[in-house]
Design a protein around this ligand. Structure first.
Ligand code: NAP
Length: 263
């Protein structure tokens, strides 16, 4: 099924390694009209380069922690594009000084900033774009297993992702009667700019590969394909779900013995 005739916006493309780019590429290939939001001039230059083969995409500057920015981009989008058939939230941030070691020292300001940018922004973006959304619209967020199980060093981001997943369910409940769906993909570890802020991330990727039933690293193509399903009418009966795209890692309690350091 093609995305021809569908229009929407993607938040969170920092470069061509971004998960949001994996999703955008698939949607563009399937014929969707995709607008992008970037956080500051530096990222606009990256986007301009990445989008050389896709001329005409609308670009909007938005720091999602600033409510006026969110309202402004939603208004601009409504005026310039009109309908919003899909919205992708691929945004996360926490001070990397606290993405290592113990969780307990996390100060309040670090906690609140992680919650604001990584979780609350899904509420403010959905509310601001709602006037452009109609029956059939699909909203998608990105999460990680560290929301429900402890993953060393993920710390405050795990707490923010737990909130994000809960927000997905409450928004899906609110908006379901209007035919608007809200889901999330829980992706396996992918080496991106944001991920590199998490201590020992390279080891996390290696461990994932050893233990996941598919024994491979999660790719942008894996996530792009699942996102296409969730954002298209193929998934018209699916809402309020957290879909794992992690090679099955989340289902394994004890994997191959060779993956563990036995004394
Ligand atoms: P990424 O390429 O670094 O993308 C993160 C994006 O969030 C960047 O574009 C970043 O822009 C943006 N952002 C941060 N603060 C913002 C703000 N205040 N306003 C607007 N945008 C802001 O990393 P990614 O790994 O693809 O992350 C995308 C999503 O996937 C995140 O929600 C992440 O938690 C989730 N996820 C990642 C993995 C993984 O292993 N990589 C696994 C599961 C889920 P700036 O660069 O300007 O901050």
């Amino acid at each position: 099924m093609s995305m021809k005739g569908k229009k929407g916006i993607i938040f969170g493309v920092a470069n061509d390694h971004s998960i949001a780019w994996g999703i955008a590429k698939k949607l563009l290939e399937e014929g969707a009209e995709v607008a992008f939001s970037y956080n500051g001039e530096r990222l606009k230059r990256n986007l301009d380069k990445i989008l050389q083969n896709y001329p005409g995409c609308k670009l909007y500057d938005c720091d999602v922690s600033v409510e006026e920015n969110v309202l402004k981009v939603a208004e601009q989008y409504k005026a310039e594009v009109g309908q919003c058939d899909f919205l992708v939230h691929a945004i996360g941030f926490a001070n990397k000084d606290y993405l290592k070691g113990a969780f307990l020292p996390t100060p309040k300001d670090v906690f609140l900033q992680a919650m604001d940018v990584s979780a609350y922004s899904l509420v403010s973006l959905t509310r601001a774009f709602k006037p452009s959304m109609a029956k059939g619209c699909s909203i998608l967020a990105l999460t990680y297993l560290g929301s429900e199980k402890v993953v060393q060093n993920y710390n405050v981001m795990g707490v923010a992702k737990a909130a994000l997943e809960s927000i997905v369910r409450y928004l899906a409940y609110d908006l379901g009667k209007e035919g608007i769906r809200v889901n999330a993909i829980s992706a396996g570890p992918v080496t991106t700019l944001a991920a590199r802020g998490i201590s020992d991330f390279t080891d996390l990727v290696k461990i994932h590969r050893k233990i996941a039933p598919l024994h491979e690293t999660t790719t942008l193509e894996h996530i792009g394909g699942a996102a296409y399903f969730l954002l298209s009418d193929l998934s018209s009966g699916v809402t309020s779900e957290i879909m794992y795209v992690d090679g099955g890692y989340n289902t394994v309690a004890v994997g191959p013995m060779a993956a563990y350091d036995k004394e």
